[in-house]
Design a binder for this molecule. Structure first.
Ligand code: H2B
Length: 102
């Protein structure tokens, strides 16, 4: 079926450290189960354009951010419920977001 996918796997500490070395803007949440980053844009229009681009990938991957937007600020949390922590999907999404934010 079109929406079927492999169950994502939680990254081990070594894989997570390696991935985060390439994502300097991101932090591991205190509980270790998610990564977070704040994006700041000049205005709401730019913030929402960013969210729209990310939403299209989120639907394609069936992997959705937790996020909170106020005007030009977007606070993002990425975690994989299906894996009980941080998976490669979160790393891919974080990297895409960094590029989408310019
Ligand atoms: N998004 C995120 N961030 N993590 C998940 O584990 C996840 C998701 N699982 N989007 C998907 C949807 C799952 O709930 C559905 C049923 O496929």
């Amino acid at each position: 079926m079109a929406n079927e996918r492999q169950k994502p796997v939680r990254l081990d500490q070594a894989a997570l450290d390696q991935a985060l070395a390439g994502l300097p803007g991101w932090q591991v949440r205190a509980d270790g189960l998610a990564i977070t980053r704040r994006f700041s844009f000049a205005d709401f229009n730019r913030a929402f354009a960013f969210m729209t681009r990310v939403a299209l990938l989120a639907e394609k991957r069936d992997h959705h951010p937790e996020w909170f937007n106020v005007y030009g600020t977007v606070d993002v949390t990425l975690t994989t419920h299906d894996a009980g922590g941080i998976s490669a999907l979160d790393i891919e999404m974080a990297s895409f977001m960094d590029r989408a934010a310019g």
